[in-house]
Design a protein around this ligand. Structure first.
Ligand SMILES: NC(=O)c1ccc[n+]([C@@H]2O[C@H](COP(=O)([O-])OP(=O)(O)OC[C@H]3O[C@@H](n4cnc5c(N)ncnc54)[C@H](O)[C@@H]3O)[C@@H](O)[C@H]2O)c1
Length: 270
């Protein structure tokens, strides 16, 4: 059974690896024997994470990148291929909402700044499409690989206030399905493309929406918890198993799916 879920020796590229969710997932996969390429913007955090993985007996390489800058991604790809020889897995985790693109309760859609809306769509959608173009080419050449995109609960159900983020994450779910077909039809069944849709996890990007300055939950946070059958936010480690499943042989016939990890939030109506 362990063999089925094994990631040992796989060369895994992860964008957004220095973020809250990315950090834990990278560390987990590194401990499981994956050869990690940690991509991020924060050098200090990235190098610290690479050291943590090495101290846990794994192998990791930190590379600074901007997911919207093709040249920086290509430089990362060249270094990874030089060091690991191939790219087996791409996890597109860079993304998130931006305060400017959030419509506060005293404003309406007509106050939305279109530049902020574009920036959120660009970061989440283009920031997934461009790395896929750059890193999946090696998979296409070899006819083998797995891609996991980070969608969101917001891509399944439109959440109030975050119009751009909701639109961008819905687009990621559809892009995932599109790419699953594209890769299978043109490069064979060895390349699979899936998405993970986390529900609500308390992290830096949503902290101000979900907690008051004194740390107590906002009305929005209380509403989310009331709408989640498990009655709580997710914990980053609750994503590890789903990611590992999606990049291992355990999911060999699975492509074009969106794996929802949300304590039942999406299933709940009344
Ligand atoms: N936290 C949640 O509840 C939640 C829920 C659903 C989906 N998600 C998604 O999960 C992913 C990880 O989120 P997180 O909660 O760890 O957030 P986070 O803000 O901690 O991590 C996001 C990472 O993306 C990086 N990033 C942003 N812009 C970048 C750019 N231009 N180039 C390179 N890197 C860039 C940031 O530096 C950060 O390391 C995101 O795609 C997010 O949208 C999060």
């Amino acid at each position: 059974m362990r063999e089925l879920f094994s990631v040992t020796g796989k060369s895994v590229v992860m964008t957004g690896a220095t973020g809250v969710l990315g950090h834990g997932i990278s560390l987990h996969l590194g401990k499981e024997g994956a050869r990690m390429a940690i991509l991020g913007r924060d050098r200090e955090r990235g190098e610290r994470l690479a050291r943590e993985i090495a101290e846990a007996g794994g192998e990791a390489l930190f590379l600074p990148c901007d997911v919207l800058d093709r040249a920086s991604l290509e430089a990362c790809r060249d270094t990874i291929l030089e060091r690991y020889g191939r790219i087996d897995v791409l996890i597109n985790a860079a993304g998130g909402n931006m305060p400017g693109a959030t419509i506060p309760p005293d404003k309406t859609f007509f106050d939305l700044n279109i530049d902020d809306f574009s920036r959120v769509v660009e970061l989440n959608l283009h920031g997934t499409v461009i790395p896929t173009q750059v890193f999946a080419e090696d998979m296409a050449r070899r006819g083998e690989g797995a891609i996991v995109n980070f969608g969101s609960e917001a891509g399944l159900r439109p959440l109030t206030r975050i119009a751009g983020y909701t639109a961008a994450k819905a687009a990621i779910h559809q892009f995932t399905r599109y790419m699953a077909t594209e890769m299978a039809q043109k490069f064979g069944e060895g390349i699979r493309v899936n998405a993970i849709a986390p529900g609500f996890f308390l992290t830096e990007q949503n902290r101000t929406l979900l907690t008051n300055p004194d740390g107590s939950p906002t009305a929005r946070a209380r509403a989310i918890i009331a709408h989640t059958p498990f009655g709580r936010f997710g914990r980053p480690e609750e994503l590890y198993g789903t990611v590992q499943y999606l990049i291992s042989d355990a999911s060999r016939f699975v492509t074009g799916t969106v794996a929802v990890v949300d304590g039942g939030c999406d299933a709940f109506c009344i």
